[in-house]
Design a protein around this ligand. Structure first.
Ligand code: BES
Ligand code: MN
Ligand code: ZN
Length: 485
């Protein structure tokens, strides 16, 4: 499926092509007189009289060549609701044969600053699909010609939306790639190519990581024939050297569990265990594309958690980059080991304003929150509130979960400074977060987003049609726009 959206200059007049028109919350059709003929208006009005109006849109088939789709604009729509409306329209027209439409922005009702911008943004996000490995491609094209003078997005708004879409799609592409294609070597190579967008890329390979003492990260990847990497992605949007915002991501390209092997049923999904890192990458790309006026850095740890004669064993003890030692009781609790070194490194090297890390860290967060909210853990109330509010705005929701010293105690070990899982006390998502918190050494404001339930959607959601969601890119972009730019 290809989607083409054109902004045409013709003003609205009656035409013989497919139309998308907007009406008020009650599907009142008076406002449509200007755009459709009297007989069309009567036909539609009659059908509406006998229809359940508790819907967002109706499709009227006037002839084999002409459809009219009415989209109802309910009162006081939030921007995210306008996005959903656009997505819903897309969900409808992909099933229609005739796929060229005139979208009339003059018919938009109400005082919205940028209705068409949000509407098309939602529509485009919904239209994403990953069909790279399907060889029998059906060619279908949807063309939307947007006419009318009202509510056309401004140039700067168009740039903003398109950067967000490209960033989100880049994230989705990375998450969708299978483990045999996007292994750590390939991933690092792809990140290197982001230099063309104006991002500064630094790749630390096994040799450099060994020198730095990142043994927690290296231990996870040591059973793989691929390398392990830490990659930094810097965006300097300010002339000054003010402290950057830092985003850290878990990039486990495939998680077999290691010797604490996952059962087959739980292993097959583990190609998306690098989604946290992909979100960071998509966010950084978006910032560069829209020339964001901030300094920011993304840091991702790229490894593959495999089984081999050289893989890490349960019971192994490693010394992390922070100097703290960790007893690996379960090789399947590997994400926190990768993040531990990445977080300490980020704090030390960049002294950021804050660190937000993202990870598909625990199955337990799916038990708690399903795929409605990501889990938020933080040492800072202000940052937490900003994140929750930004998430609300773009409908990528966060629910704050507790941290407490009594949970922290559960990961003390007899044999090392800590162990990587707790055997008693439950609260698996919180103890994982407590583990991460131990690697913030200088009280930097920090938030951890456990996105295990959000990064991938089997059945699709409002703004995605199933598969990788790109969750977090728009959330963090909103955080930056609203509070830091
Ligand atoms: N990558 C998984 C978490 C996960 C599970 C992500 C399901 C997405 C969907 C993580 O590395 C893991 O295996 N966590 C373990 C931790 C346990 C061993 C303490 C888990 O959640 O079972
Ligand atoms: Mn695991
Ligand atoms: Zn994992």
């Amino acid at each position: 499926m290809t989607l083409k959206i054109n902004f045409k200059n013709n003003t609205s007049k009656k035409t013989s092509t497919n139309l998308v028109l907007f009406v008020n919350e009650n599907f009142k059709t008076d406002s449509l007189k200007k755009y459709i003929s009297m007989s069309e208006l009567n036909y539609i009005s009659d059908l509406l009289k006998v229809s359940d109006l508790n819907k967002n849109l109706f499709v009227f088939e006037l002839s084999s060549k002409k459809k009219i789709i009415l989209v109802s604009i309910k009162k006081n729509l939030k921007n995210s609701e306008i996005e959903n409306l656009g997505a819903e329209l897309y969900g409808r027209i992909i099933y229609e044969k005739n796929s060229k439409y005139l979208v009339n922005s003059d018919s938009i009702i109400g005082n919205y600053e940028n209705f068409i911008g949000f509407f098309l943004h939602g529509l485009k996000l919904k239209s994403y699909e990953f069909k790279k490995y399907i060889t029998s491609k059906k060619k279908k094209e949807i063309i939307l010609n947007v006419i009318g003078n009202k509510n056309k997005p401004s140039k700067s708004n168009q740039l903003r939306f398109s950067a967000l879409e490209k960033g989100t799609f880049y994230t989705r592409d990375l998450v969708s790639e299978p483990g045999n294609v996007l292994h750590p070597d390939e991933y690092a190579k792809r990140l290197n190519s982001l230099k063309k967008d104006g991002l500064k890329i630094n790749i630390y390979d096994d040799k450099k990581l060994k020198k730095l003492g990142m043994n927690a990260l290296l231990g996870v990847g040591q059973g793989s024939i691929r390398g392990s990497y830490l990659v930094t992605i810097e965006w300097k949007g300010l002339k000054n050297n003010s402290k950057p915002l830092a985003f850290v991501g878990k990039g486990v390209c495939f998680d077999t569990g290691g010797y604490s092997l996952k059962p087959a049923k739980f292993m097959e999904d583990m190609t998306y265990d690098m989604a946290g890192s992909a979100t960071v990458v998509g966010l950084m790309k978006n910032l560069a594309l829209r020339n964001a006026k901030i300094n920011a850095v993304g840091v991702v740890g790229l490894v593959e958690n495999m089984v081999s004669g050289n893989a890490q064993r349960p019971g192994d003890i490693v010394k992390s980059y922070s100097g703290k030692t960790i007893e690996i009781l379960n090789t399947d609790a590997e994400g926190r080991l990768v993040l531990a070194d990445a977080i300490t490194f980020t704090e030390k090297k960049f002294q950021p304003k804050f660190i937000v890390d993202l990870a598909t860290l625990t199955g337990a967060i799916i038990v708690s929150l399903g795929s409605e909210y990501a889990g938020l853990f933080s040492n800072n109330d202000k940052l937490s509130k900003q994140l929750v509010d930004a998430g609300q705005k773009v409908n990528e929701k966060l629910w704050r979960m507790p941290l407490h010293k009594n949970y922290d105690k559960l990961i003390n070990s007899k044999n090392a400074d800590m162990q990587n899982i707790n055997y008693v006390g439950g609260a698996g998502s919180t103890t994982a977060a407590q583990f991460l918190q131990r690697f913030i050494l200088n009280k930097t404001p920090w938030a951890h987003l456990d996105i295990a339930g959000m990064a991938f959607s089997k059945y699709g959601g409002a703004l995605n049609s199933g598969g990788a969601t790109g969750y977090g890119v728009r959330l963090l972009n909103q955080l930056i726009e609203d509070y830091y730019e």
